[in-house]
Design a protein around this ligand. Structure first.
Ligand SMILES: Nc1ncnc2c1ncn2[C@@H]1O[C@H](COP(=O)(O)OP(=O)(O)O)[C@@H](O)[C@H]1O
Ligand SMILES: Cc1ncc(COP(=O)(O)O)c(N)n1
Length: 265
């Protein structure tokens, strides 16, 4: 068996903390060969999103075809998808190649408030993409948009998880990064609920946490791990990355993608 291979279909973050850059760094640290299909170029740093240039849908499809037909993949994930035609095309290619280990991070809005997905594209994610997902990783606001619910309590989170699995995703991780108290994520596979719990780290450097977390899940699935094993490693990975801060930039800085590898010795 050769090296595990993973593809990220996402936007570029020039600041290097989120998007394609976070995904490729995470794949690398976890020992997985990373490839990318770029959907958009963002002009971004730790202060905010200063510009967005979407790529033509053909460019996205051609990148996916080029790497899968030649190098092959063991898992794929999506991040920023921007527009309905890109979502439709990605869904079609994932179905065509029968990608089983498919992780969707339903990125909608950057931490600073800039929209990374058009409003009308939210429904396209539900209809075309979620039924293909092995794991979908919404944060709380994204889970609210996907379900149309307002989520306040743990019972609400469980109800939202059931609805999202009802859309056809095999499993869901609803991330509690936006709550107060411990950083608790709820995993649901249509059968059982599992809590991933870590202490909340007081820091403003959480740019790219969602990208990094979903990339770690993807990397572990690419190695043949189960969903439960993959989310457990990913939680450890993101907790280390937030804790061992790099302190870069003047705003919301990136996490430290090397921290987990150092921890392993
Ligand atoms: N301050 C924090 N301390 C510890 N864990 C955190 C913190 N902020 C986010 N996390 C964790 O990081 C992961 C990504 O969550 P979140 O930040 O909610 O995603 P997103 O970037 O999509 O908004 C989750 O596992 C969440 O619990
Ligand atoms: C290109 C790109 N993709 C995704 C995010 C979301 O980042 P976060 O993980 O902080 O929500 C981002 N800011 N930029």
């Amino acid at each position: 068996m050769g090296i595990a291979r993973a593809l990220t279909i996402a936007g570029s973050d020039s600041g290097g903390g989120a998007g394609i850059q976070a995904d490729l760094k995470t794949f690398t640290v976890l020992g997985v060969y990373g490839m990318s299909a770029l959907t958009a170029v963002t002009v971004q740093n730790t202060i905010g999103v200063h510009g967005i240039y979407n790529l033509p849908v053909e460019a996205v499809v051609q990148q996916i075809d080029a790497v899968i037909s030649d190098i092959g993949i063991d898992a794929a994930k999506t991040g920023m998808l921007s527009q309905v035609p890109i979502i439709m095309a990605v869904a079609e290619r994932i179905r065509h190649y029968q990608v089983e280990n498919f992780v969707i991070d339903p990125v909608m809005v950057a931490k600073g408030g800039a929209r990374l997905l058009e409003m009308e594209a939210q429904h396209a994610i539900i209809k075309h993409l979620l039924p293909l997902a092995k794991v979908v990783t919404p944060n709380l606001p994204e889970a609210e948009v996907l379900t149309g619910m307002s989520i306040r309590t743990v019972d609400d989170i469980r109800e939202a998880a059931k609805r999202i699995v009802g859309f056809g995703a095999k499993s869901v991780v609803i991330k509690g990064g936006h709550l107060e108290g411990d950083a608790i994520d709820i995993v649901y596979d249509g059968d059982t609920f599992v809590e991933l719990k870590a202490p909340r780290i007081m820091t403003q450097h959480t740019h790219g946490t969602g990208c990094t977390f979903s990339a770690a899940i993807t990397a572990e699935l690419a190695k043949g791990r189960s969903v439960q094993e993959a989310v457990t490693v990913a939680k450890e990975f993101i907790t280390c990355a937030i804790r061992d801060t790099l302190g870069l930039g003047h705003g919301h800085g990136p996490t430290n993608h090397w921290a987990y590898g150092k921890r392993q010795g």
